[in-house]
Design a protein around this ligand. Structure first.
Ligand SMILES: N[C@@H](CCC(=O)N[C@@H](CS)C(=O)NCC(=O)O)C(=O)O
Length: 303
């Protein structure tokens, strides 16, 4: 079944997944979603999760890049996103890149934007959902740039022994996570000074070109309605994992991103173990779907 990515062009986490499609040389369908709320077609599939990106394989819906990359790895194991010798350590590095370093890169890139450069509706959305304070961001920018340049220095030093990628000769999840942060800064003209400071690191600059050369695989556009029809016609894949105590199979729970005001997703528990969370739920248009989350960073609440 062809993977479907629900995304928009300027999202760094979406770029991470597009690059994963390139690494695996996959053919995939693209559904463009709004970059602000509301997102009714996306929420029809997820049950509430509204971040970007979301992956769909038939009636299985994957929220968060951690769950998405794991799904792509299972869908198409070679070449691996977790090559030796780092293997699963790629996830550890990607969670740092996608956590504190993501905030630093986005802040460093957007902080220098003059007032009015961001559309008012975008500013309002990010204020309501993530507490964006444009004036405070402007003041924090020098600090955030220092965090970005520390990561750039570490990455450059890691590559100084001549390795092609973070873990050696083969690219993996960590490369994509570092790359997508830098890709975002590089795409904002107001952040030119920071971009130049990042790319002044020669090992990093050559590595960036190697990751970019992975491409995005073979992309073809479909509509949100078509994606929802594909979910309605499909059945969720069999669940392989187990359920950790004190929860039980079929129990109604809510899953919410830890530390966020994001809407929770309600459903019947089908899996809850260190490899991930799966809820079964039914949407009016998509029918029964299995919604997948990573275990790290998600809170599971009874009822
Ligand atoms: N931990 C999530 C983070 C996703 C995330 O925060 N994405 C940003 C865009 S890059 C987002 O959802 N912004 C709000 C939106 O797109 O509506 C992941 O790894 O996928």
């Amino acid at each position: 079944m062809t993977p479907i990515l629900h995304h928009y062009e300027t999202s760094p986490f979406a770029e991470l997944v597009r690059a994963a499609m390139g690494l695996k040389r996959l053919a995939w369908h693209s559904v463009i979603i709004p970059n602000i709320m509301p997102k009714p077609d996306l929420v029809e599939l997820t049950g509430g999760y509204a971040r970007t990106p979301v992956l769909q394989i038939g009636a299985d819906i994957y929220c968060d890049t951690a769950a998405i990359l794991q799904a792509l790895e299972a869908h198409s194991p070679e070449p691996s996103l977790y090559p030796a010798p780092l293997g699963t350590l790629h996830k550890v590095m990607a969670s740092w890149a996608g956590g504190p370093q993501f905030m630093a890169h986005v802040g460093a890139a957007m902080g220098p934007m003059p007032e009015g450069a961001m559309p008012p509706a975008f500013v309002e959305d990010r204020k309501a959902r993530f507490g964006l304070d444009v004036a405070a961001l402007g003041k924090a920018t020098p600090h955030l740039v220092s965090q970005v340049l520390t990561a750039a220095n570490w990455l450059d030093a890691s590559l100084a022994d001549g390795r092609a990628f973070v873990g050696g000769e083969a690219p993996g999840h960590a490369d994509l996570a570092f790359y997508s942060n830098i890709w975002f800064v590089r795409g904002i003209p107001f952040a030119k000074a920071t971009t130049e400071a990042i790319f002044a690191h020669p090992n990093l600059a050559a590595w960036y070109d190697r990751v970019r050369a992975l491409g995005h695989g073979t992309r073809s556009e479909i509509s949100a309605d078509e994606a929802i029809a594909i979910a309605a016609a499909a059945t969720p894949a069999p669940v392989k994992g187990s359920i950790d105590a004190p929860f039980s199979a079929g129990q109604l729970v809510k899953v919410r991103t830890d530390g966020s005001g994001d809407a929770p997703v309600a459903g019947a528990l089908a899996q809850l173990d260190p490899t991930g969370i799966i809820l079964k739920r039914t949407g009016a248009r998509c029918g029964e779907v299995a919604v997948h989350f990573p275990r790290l960073g998600q809170m599971v609440l009874p009822g």
